[in-house]
Design a protein around this ligand. Sequence first.
Ligand SMILES: N[C@@H](CCC(=O)N[C@@H](CS)C(=O)NCC(=O)O)C(=O)O
Length: 311
Amino acid sequence: MSELILHHYPQSPVAEKVRVVLGIKNVPWRSVQIPRIPPKPDLMPLTGGYRRTPVLQVGADIYCDSQCIIRELERRCPRPTLYPHGAAGLPWALSRWTDDSLFTLVVGVVMGAQADELPEEFANDRGRLYFGPDFDWQAQKKKLPHSLAQIRAQLGWIDERLSGDRDFMLGADPGLPDALCYHLVWFFRGRYAGGPALLDQFPNLMAWEKRVAAIGHGQPEDLDSKDALEIARTATPESAEQTDDGDPQGLAPGQMVAVAPDVDGGDPSVEGRIVAVSMDTIAIARSAAEVGDILVHFPRVGYRVVPIATR
Ligand SMILES: N[C@@H](CCC(=O)N[C@@H](CS)C(=O)NCC(=O)O)C(=O)O
């Protein structure tokens, strides 16, 4: 098997989610550090324009979005499973809460609390990405007490879940729900000055935090971004053509499409020819001088796939 290469930066909470998954799997992986804001010149040839963090590369297969990355890690490294005690399915439903509404609340607090100190370029980039073209960090700052009340109640759910003799969200073994909840707690504790005091209210959660942190991140080893490009260029995509007769959009291999996150974040679309399509993922073929022929994979949930008319 080709090496697992994660393109990320240390401060990224969504990357921390994936790093915890790599820790649960305890696998070796290569770590490529990317810039926190565009331009990302050594990432763009791989993703075709997708600019978010993290991205997983395996040879010439590129997996965008933590949802797609984690599914692929579970497929390639099935033991130990991320769905202990027969939990498959439910953790993905949970991810719509952690990755959508709870994530937005936590970003609003972390960034809103620093509204007067944030570097302008970073504040403008993240404002547009998470709160649309009319973002207003001062408004986020003003509503901090309200947002904190929302977050506190939801952290309370996690604390309650971890009561009794449950070491992890699903019981004795760590799984996907732990990574999903932990990355936000990690972000809230580490980047919001009031985070540690608020978290002090939740003893079960704090004990669990220590257990998840102790899992670690598996076995990372640094890799230069130029070497990652070269690995893609000399590899051939592993994934085979896949059709889905039940696809509600009628998507099929061979069709040209544009794929983008289905949010008003100003994200560019990535264009390519469909190679594989299923209800959970879509893979499109692209090529670029730096990387040769590659396959870029996206999740279906949370992404909009638009056919491109071809002559
Ligand atoms: N739905 C995406 C969200 C990824 C995301 O928004 N990541 C943040 C970093 S935590 C990001 O991309 N920030 C802008 C950047 O890194 O350029 C996923 O699950 O991977």
